[in-house]
Ligand binder design. Structure first.
Ligand code: GUN
Ligand code: FE
Length: 555
């Protein structure tokens, strides 16, 4: 195995002038229904995982035992008979050659109600995109029957792609979010889920009063905790600074404190958003400073994007224990800058990976990993271009990540971001068994790649990460329970396949159509968006006029 790259930060050496706001979950411990509690799973085979950043470890021909959802034993193959006797088993399941287990993917940033328009609407910048596509789509989830159907498709699609844990944004209205939680619970996924809050600068029919928003956010939290399902955690979700008043943000922070909830939002995503926040809050130096003042930076906070965070911002988030969800595909479409993973990690930041459906046009965490690698190589190319020369220096190479590092982000990094590092992300005794069974034997047109004579396990596994897709994922496990095998979702009474049915096509026809942004909103979007030359001049002028003598960094 290759040596781990020495870029992991020495966290202790980071100045501790600010104490992390430590939140602890109120959720109960693992509770599986009767039969599943007794269930013992013993599988002999090869397991890949990335406990160390930059290193791919293999547990070759081991016997892994899962009881009540947790890994209780990892033994060498030659101890098979002993294990069999210890657990009173008639036989031990053996994986076939070319089949491997790996940890389930952890997607740290998904907008559940945006799944329906994933792969479309890539023609406008963020602020306009929200108004034109996103708000109408999210608003339409008030039709609860449609919500039930679409959320069922969403959770199935994500499970099919190997996402065993997702951090979801719901929509504004309370009821459809309860449907989302019910769908996740029923289909067996692990998730952190939030009701979106916004009390300003949204569409007239997609906005809430501050008091109503706070009441509904708390009701959502108590509903989710009331499920007593350790797989599902509630999340406080101020959409982003432009759509939330300080009163709302402070109130939400109090709810998060009261229940020990996760928090999610968007931070320093693109020029349009950042310039908008500077205009609205000229007294603060950055998005991070605003969130700090509102009490929203905690050890259970995940902020999406962060491409325009300064090093001071990153250090501050790191001190707070706040994570960033790196969403490379979305950043290419809606963002204006690169997020530098290695640099952020070296400053002590927790970093996970996200699809950001539908800003990111793919629900696949395999795609997110590949995009993270490509993003890192774009940074290298950019540095070379700026140098004007033909010499690649070590400094230019610093930001490049490999598939192993991307896989770490998609598993361990995500687990750290969601405060689940003791629970999932690797195969270790004491952790829950959230895993994917990868089959690399699907040659020809039945699979996405071919395997050639002489290729070993490591090469086959690397091919899967770089070329594979959901066809290779023949079993998906969450908390030791197989939730999907082949085309079947085993916890779903109806066993509906992810393939569209006639019923689905009715729904597709009735999905909302995009609306044209109103003139006033467009003005704001343009003023704040740097991609419009004339508009960015406006922003500069406005910012100059309103700039206070000193900005509060609040750190
Ligand atoms: N900022 C505020 N809302 C959103 C959203 O839905 N997607 C993305 N990418 N950024 C946002
Ligand atoms: Fe997002």
């Amino acid at each position: 195995m290759a040596e781990a790259k020495q870029i992991m930060p020495d966290v202790l050496s980071i100045a501790r002038s600010v104490q992390p706001i430590m939140l602890k979950s109120n959720n109960p411990q693992l509770q599986l229904p009767g039969e599943e509690r007794k269930f013992v799973l013993v599988i002999m085979g090869t397991y890949y995982h990335t406990p160390t950043y930059g290193r791919l470890d293999v547990l070759r021909d081991v016997v892994l035992v899962v009881q009540e959802g947790k890994i209780v034993r990892i033994a060498n193959g030659h101890e098979e008979t002993e294990v069999q006797e210890e657990f009173g088993l008639a036989e031990v399941r053996q994986l076939k050659a070319g089949q491997y287990f790996m940890p389930g993917f952890i997607d740290t940033h998904v907008h559940a109600p945006q799944y329906q328009f994933t792969g479309t609407g890539t023609d406008v910048p963020l602020m306009e995109w929200l108004r034109k596509y996103t708000f109408p789509a999210e608003c339409s989830f008030q039709d609860l029957e449609a919500a039930r159907h679409r959320y069922s498709l969403l959770v199935k699609r994500f499970l099919a792609n190997g996402t065993t844990t997702a951090m979801y944004y719901g929509s504004l209205h309370l009821q459809p979010n309860l449907v989302l939680v019910d769908s996740i619970e029923r289909l067996g996924q692990r998730a952190v889920v939030g009701k979106v809050n916004m009390d300003r600068l949204s569409a007239d029919d997609y906005i809430e009063d501050t008091a109503d928003g706070l009441r509904d956010a708390e009701e959502f939290v108590t509903y989710t905790l009331g499920k007593k399902c350790s797989r599902i955690q509630p999340c406080i979700t101020p959409r982003f600074i432009p759509t939330c008043t300080p009163e709302l943000m402070k109130g939400l922070a109090e709810i998060a404190q009261k229940y020990g909830c996760h928090i999610q939002s968007h931070i320093s995503e693109c020029c349009g958003e950042v310039n908008c926040v500077r205009e609205m809050h000229p007294e603060y130096a950055s998005d991070a400073a605003v969130f700090e003042e509102m009490g929203l930076l905690t050890n259970r906070t995940v902020m999406a994007h962060g491409t325009l965070l300064s090093d001071d911002d990153i250090r501050h988030l790191a001190r707070r224990g706040t994570a960033v969800s790196h969403c490379p595909l979305s950043n290419f479409f809606l963002g204006d800058a690169f997020f530098k993973v290695n640099h952020a990690l070296s400053l002590g930041l927790k970093v996970g990976l996200g699809t950001d459906v539908a800003g990111g046009i793919s629900p696949s965490m395999l795609s997110a990993q590949r995009m993270a690698v490509v993003n890192s190589r774009c940074i290298r190319a950019h540095k070379l271009a700026v140098s004007g020369g033909t010499t690649v220096t070590p400094e230019m190479e610093k930001d490049v990540i490999t598939f192993k590092e991307a896989l770490w982000l998609a598993t361990v990094g995500g687990a750290q971001a969601l405060d689940l590092a003791d629970v999932v992300g690797t195969f270790e005794v004491g952790k829950d068994f959230d895993a994917l069974l990868v089959d690399t034997n699907l040659s020809g047109t039945s699979g996405p790649f071919d395997v050639f004579e002489g290729e070993d396990d490591d090469q086959r596994f690397e091919k899967f990460i770089n070329l594979g897709d959901d066809r290779n994922l023949i079993e998906v496990y969450v908390q030791g329970v197989c939730v999907k095998r082949g085309d079947e979702f085993l916890l779903d009474g109806s066993n509906v396949s992810v393939k569209a049915t006639e019923d689905d096509s009715d729904r597709i026809m009735s999905a909302p159509t995009p609306v044209e942004p109103e003139a006033a909103y467009l003005d704001l979007a343009h003023r704040a968006d740097s991609s419009d030359e004339a508009a960015s001049v406006d922003v500069g002028a406005a910012a100059e006029q309103s700039e206070p003598p000193t900005k509060r960094s609040r750190f």
